[in-house]
Design a protein around this ligand. Sequence first.
Ligand code: SF4
Length: 382
Amino acid sequence: MSSSFSLYIHIPWCWSKCPYCDFNAYAISTHQPDFEHYTLQLIADLKRSQRHAPFLTELTSIYLGGGTPSLMPPYLLEKLFNTIRELYYWHTQLEVTMEISPKTQASYLSDVMRLGVNRFSVGLQSFHPDVLKILGREHHAGESHAIIDSLIQVGSDNFNIDLIYGLAAQSPEMVVEDLRLGLSAPIEHLSWYELMLEPNTQFAKKPELKTDQDTLEQMEEEGMILIEESGFKHYEVSAYYKNRPSQHNSHYWKYGDYIGIGAGAHSKITLKPKQTLRLYKTRYPKDYLKSPKVLVDSIADEAIDYLMNRLRLFTPITFHEIESCLPNQAADHIIKWVNQLESDQLLIVNKESFLLTKRGQLLINDLLYQFQQWRQRIIKQV
Ligand code: SF4
């Protein structure tokens, strides 16, 4: 059993709530943050988590996500990092990522780099003022450019930018121009993702904001050509890297263990071979600040969860891997399902493994649906 794990730290506040966002994030104007108190709760949360899973000793990455973690004052981050260092070995190569707003100042970047942050992920989305406006972003196009200059200025050599496509207000040319500008910067990693109209967001009620299928496909086709020409490797549904993939996200996609601290954060802990404990924390920051609770997530469907994560990573999945990390029944279902499939446009099926085709990479949800349908039939027959 592995002792390695990654640590996720959730900071739930943002400058404002973007109308397309379904993350556990709250505008600072309406949900006054109390970073001092929140840091104390994060520390208590981390200590509790360590007691719950003392066998997880090998910290492989840290990720500060949100929300907008760059709203957190550096002196509080230092307190939190000190506690992490007391509890775990923080080796020199440890990947420590912080999501940042394009409004972040160079001095802030330097401060957190001194504390140990060595990778940034910028929620840039676009260089076009109109697109940023529709997305309800707080930053303006000038700041999309300025943050890249700041990252270069402070000597960050490992950063990601997020770019979005699929808005009706974007033409394929605008999407390609965003990519061209982003890829011409010394980025190490790109998250290029399609706008989704998530339920319970303001955008869910405005389907007209999404572009039509033909234009979407044109955006994808032209965008992919440019990304490949720029030497980036496509290794996950929306992720591309030059030399260094995200260790933290790869750990999730490989179905590794993780501890999540902060409002609404989830943990996955392997208690013994094939037995996983899933926990989540109180979702609302106000409640988390009052009395954070650790809740057991008992409804997780291991087979679906595994496929949802693992299919995202475009490497062969062996039966041995499935058997070694899933409970018997979940592993059995996946292997039996794969065995009755034949290689087609979506999958390449081998004797002891399977792999998504290029087309399959675009249609993961269809495959998951097929698996669910097949499994329901099998369960009914038993
Ligand atoms: S900045 Fe990011 S996390 Fe915050 S509301 Fe906007 S999309 Fe959501």
